[in-house]
Design a protein around this ligand. Sequence first.
Ligand SMILES: *Cc1c(COP(=O)(O)O)cnc(C)c1O
Length: 431
Amino acid sequence: MKYFSLNDRSHTSNFENAVLNGLGPDRGLYFPQEVKKLPKQFFEQISSLLKTEIAMEAISPYVGDEIPPSELEKIIKQTLDFEFPVKKIEENLAVLELFHGPTLAFKDVGARFMAGTLGYFIKKGNIPKVTVLVATSGDTGGAVARGFLGVEGIDVVILYPKGKVSEIQEKQLTTLGQNIKALEVDGSFDDCQTMVKTAFLDPEITRQRKLTSANSINVARWLPQMFYYFLAYQQVKKEDQKLVFSVPSGNFGNICAGLLAKEMGLPIHHFVAANNENDVVTRFLKTQKYEPATSVQTISNAMDVGDPSNFIRVLEIFSNNFSDLQKSLSSYSFSDGHTREAIKDVHDKTGYILDPHGAVGYLGLKKFLEKHDDYFGVFLETAHPVKFLETVEAVLNKKIQLPPEIENLNQKEKRSIEISNYDQLKSFLRD
Ligand SMILES: *Cc1c(COP(=O)(O)O)cnc(C)c1O
């Protein structure tokens, strides 16, 4: 499969180089040249297929012959070795739990798949060593650290803002050791992001080290996020109703993977992009004007994005046709107050505990279902509520039980290097 850059379509790449480089030479996001329609038969028989078989069918067109099927299957098995249950919590409404992976957030899927493919290409090509450089506001860092832990030929350097990630998130990035280094930046997430971008453009570093990013701009992190939409469909097909999926969205990588799956024929009729107060897409769908804004801080902090990088891919899926986009996608935005209320209401009514991101997804779904009662709705619970312990316990006014893997984290020792400016990052990378 060939990919083209969304900045300049004449810049094309195979899958391997798209994964190794992250972005096109013009800094544009890569997009597949062709979106494959899967055979009807596949969806008719999906109930009898294994997770790995479903994922192979979905991803193979985008990998082509660049990874042999037996290797690809190994990578997929490792990526998906936990559960993706759909649980009905109300009439016509279910939650897709994406938090059963090692760092308790959906980003484990993309991070593991990318680690597997990048590891494969490095080994095959005798590429000396690659450094994955990534800035995180919380969940990405942990998932990437865990996904790449011990992968031969790869060093991981994670920048995170000091004092601005949750305790559990910090432990997840700083306690692994081996090929994972955590840099604690005296600054904001935006400062971390700026330093990373500067490093990518700094020849004094790139002459010495091959750098790549592990954000959802990388096709190897973006595309495997399709898998769980297929796995959810397998579970709700029996409802025999029109389906709507609501996705709590920040950088729009996750929902964009769902929309791609739909374009490939997955029978999901509609999507809801659920936003917190960072509502650039909600506004766009009303006004057709895309007006990025500085991000504001909320309790669903992984969605605090003012200019979502993957939205350009969403537009491309619909060939930039606004009315087609509106037919498949709705978007609503909710305040922290609404989000807290939803966590409380759902717990009171059903006993189910939402995290703040899932709560925004739930609210988006309810809003859509108010006017469309002939649909069956699924919202994505993108992280385990214990990752946002303080918020959730304060809202519910009770203690939540920690899963054993989190209890263990508390005993591990934090190892990070403090930096406060770009020169310190640079000398770290040049050593
Ligand atoms: C990253 C993240 C999101 C946002 O996902 P995007 O793909 O950036 O839209 C939502 N919820 C949680 C818990 C996350 O970690």
